[in-house]
Every structure is written in structure tokens, then in C-alpha cells.
Write a protein that binds this ligand. Sequence first.
Ligand code: ATP
Length: 334
Amino acid sequence: MYTLPDLEVLRDFNAIAILTSGGDSPGMNPAIRGVVRAALNNGIQVYGVQRGYSGLLAGDLRVMTSASVRNIVQRGGTILKSDRCEAFKQKEVRQQAIKVLEQNGIDALVVIGGDGSLTGAHSLAEESDIAVIGLPGTIDNDIFGTEDTIGFDTAVNTALDAIDKIRDTASSHERYFLVEVMGRNSGFLATHVGIAAGAEKVVVPEYEVQIEQLGQQLCDNRRSGKGSSGIIVVAEGQTPGLTYRLAQQLKQQGEEPRVCILGHIQRGGRPSGHDRVLASSLGAMAVRYLQAGYSDIMVGVANGAILDVPLDSVIRYRKGLDPKLFELALLLHK
Ligand code: ATP
């Protein structure tokens, strides 16, 4: 449960459009439901845009009713579909999207997605009179200005389910497993998963991995009787194949590790209870912020409270991995 800000209703809207963009994340559906139900209950019409910015450019909008969002709170993915639309980075192309919104009498837009999607949302807010609100929807939890993102908690739990199973095989065969989780630029998911899974080691893009030291640590574990099997969680990083390369290097040091790439299963599945509450709250509050006259902001969470962050800051600053959290992940298996 989150503390909600006190916001006075100052503005009326004709219609709000909502879209999901970038990689899907579990919880996008309860967020859509939150926006739709909150808007309709305030007498505001809602349009669902299909397939993110691509669908917006194509004018693929559907009127959303209360029934459109019935029975979706528990479903992963996004009923609106998602897409990546490279062309949207061009101003002339965004002008076309603004025309589509205006022609349909839409005066507000809610965008659910990662930092790329929120960059597009910020540009739309700057380049039009449409009120725009962003919601952080990504399993990476790498968005500046919010402690949590829609889908992160579910992805952590999905990875843990898989790792708990892999550990049985690791233990039976007395082997180490390198388990790759998502995270090209950020190690939030890997660090949380590593701590929760009791991993021997966590490898993240933010810190260089000392592979010789790791090989030595595994060897010492065997010798000292601490253990001859375990889990090393690796964030995928920028260059594909990192986890296989690490396994190869460990082989040269006498280990026989196995690799398991969790891949897209981390994006899917039923949203956790935590993500459903987060997404529902953010969705409903997006409408309330619009009614209070806000635009060009992201609605996020910090210290147990819902808050607004200017989209300009969200996209300008990078959310760094807390070094203390990473240290903790290492400390717990020394
Ligand atoms: P995730 O990284 O979690 O998959 P994301 O929203 O960051 O989500 P991106 O592929 O970076 O995913 O961006 C999604 C879409 O947002 C892009 O396909 C594009 O349509 C739009 N977008 C990204 N960057 C910009 C930009 N600089 N200007 C305008 N639109 C952008």
C-alpha cells in the first residue's frame, strides 16, 4: 500500500488515450485497468492505442469500456500489445501522432514503458498541448526517480522460481551454474535475484568481473568443504554471449560450470500481488495527476509514497545501482 498525494481536481478532460510501449512487463494490464476505471469513473472517455507508438501513428485506437479491462488484472503482457517504433524518434513523425490524437478529440495521453518510451512521451508533451503522463513499466527497475517499476517484482520472483529448480540439479551434479538474467545496462534485477537466491556471486554491468578471483573462490569453496555447487547470477550486459564467455574462462581454471539463460520467461507470467497493487495505484493516480493539471511527468514511488517526477529528469539522469546493495550481495556468501 502506498501513501497517495492529496490532489485537487482542477482540470476536465474530454478523452484520455493509453498505450504500452517497449518491452512488455507483468503488471501493464493492471496499470491499464487502473487508468481506464479511474477515468471512466470520473466521466472521462478512454481510448486504448494498439501496439504502442506504431499504432498511434496508424490511428489504431479503440474505445475502452469498463468491460474492456474486466478479468485482466491477473494477466501478464499487455492487452494493448506493445511495439518498438524507431521512426518515432523523428519530430516530423511525432507531429503525425499529435494530429491523430487531436483529430480524435483526445487531450491527454498515458504512456506505460521503459526509459525509451518515456523519452517519446516527454517529446510529445513538449511538442503539443496534449497533457502527457508516463508510468514506469519495465522489469529492469532502471528508471530514474522511482524506486520501483511495474514488473520488477514479478521478474525477480520468476527468476527465483527457475533458480530454485536449477539449484536441485546443480547440487545433484555438484556443479556451478551461471544463470543469466536480463539487464543490458543495469544490474538491479541481477542483484536482487542474487541476494534472494543466495547466489555465490553476482555479475553486473556496473562492476568489472574479476574472473580469476571468481575461479579461485569456487575452487576454495570445494577445498574447504563450503560447497561444490551453486549459482552465479549474471546480468546479460551489452554484448551477447557474456555468460558463455565467463563459463569458458572458468573452464580454463578447472571448473565445469553449466549455463542457463532465463531469457524471455522473465518478462511473462502473472503479475505478483506487489506489482498488481503498484500498477493499479500508478494507473489510477495518473488520471488524478492529469485532473490536478500536471503534464510531462512520470508517476512513480519513493519511500512508500506515490509521487511525480518531471519526465525531463527521468530521461536525463541515470539511476545508479546502490553500491551498498551490491556489496551486500557479495558479503552474504563470503
Ligand atoms: P525496455 O527497455 O524496458 O524494453 P523502453 O521503453 O526503454 O523499454 P525502447 O526500445 O528503448 O524500450 O523504446 C521504446 C520505444 O520508445 C521506441 O521504439 C520508440 O518508439 C520510443 N523511443 C525511444 N527512444 C526515443 C527517443 N529518443 N525519442 C522518441 N521516442 C523514443
